[in-house]
Design a protein around this ligand. Structure first.
Ligand code: 13P
Length: 250
């Protein structure tokens, strides 16, 4: 069977009420349940996880995790806790978390905690800016290698990488499909050089940054990625459902 596309919604710190969260989950479920080529992943704030988990059209994702297994870490949530409420994917190293203090080192620890619990990390990587010399490729490569830390080869099959160039997050337009394609190939090459081709090919690569129903299909089909990590449009059920329809039609 052909691999399914992953269309993941990163709800970030939205919406503000449980009623609105229910409305989003219910609306998206109607379309998600009918798709054939998509695994729809919803990554709501922790407090709304139960809403998404009962909607059997979704896989449940979390937006972050703590790397320690348990203990005195006020405000934090462990990978085992996430697993116990049905989480399958965990976003790790999102640019917004890195801005709040995550480093490549803590990201690597989180990747280890997530794979250790048998869950799948969606590791976010991306350059701050692009320069004409191509130096950003070196930045990206170092970030990928450092963020994976000592991830064992056997755990690479659990890995998903979300390429999110920082300049395209929350922006007015996304990266061009041609640039997405080139960068996704580069990421695969870095993974292949690190873990070997067979393992690298098993890693799904997503694109994130200003995805809408207007650009989703071209980014996936021409950009040759395995799916999308959607921000703003993931809490706009009408727009997110159109993204699902566009990708299911590829
Ligand atoms: P936007 O889709 O709002 O640009 O956000 C992208 C993102 O950060 C997804 O994780």
């Amino acid at each position: 069977m052909k691999k399914k596309y992953i269309i993941a919604g990163n709800w970030k710190m939205n919406p503000q009420t449980v009623e609105e969260a229910k409305r989003i989950a219910t609306q998206v479920k109607k379309v998600a349940i009918k798709t054939k080529k998509i695994e729809t992943v919803a990554c709501p704030p922790f407090v709304y996880a139960h809403l998404v988990n009962i909607a059997d059209a979704f896989s449940l994702g979390a937006q972050d995790v703590h790397f320690e297994p348990s203990g005195s870490f006020t405000g934090e949530v462990s990978a085992e806790m996430l697993k116990s409420v049905g989480v399958k994917y965990v976003i790790v190293g999102h640019a917004e978390r890195r801005k709040m203090g995550d480093t490549d080192e803590t990201v690597a620890q989180k990747v280890g905690a997530v794979t250790g619990a048998g869950l799948q990390p969606i590791l976010c990587v991306g350059e701050k800016e692009r320069d004409s010399n191509g130096d950003y490729l070196g930045v990206l490569k170092n970030q990928i290698i450092a963020s994976l830390g000592k991830l064992a080869r056997k755990d690479v099959k659990q890995l998903v990488v979300a390429y999110e160039p920082l300049w395209a997050i929350g922006a007015s337009s996304a990266m061009t499909p041609a640039d997405v394609r080139e960068t996704a190939l580069f990421i695969k090459k870095v993974l292949s050089d690190t873990y070997g081709q067979e393992y690298a090919l098993s890693v799904k690569i997503l694109y994130g940054g200003s995805v809408t129903f207007k650009n989703a299909k071209d980014i996936v089909a021409l950009g040759q990625v395995d799916g999308l990590l959607v921000g703003r449009e993931s809490v706009n059920p009408e727009g997110f459902n159109l993204i699902l329809k566009e990708i299911d039609g590829i």
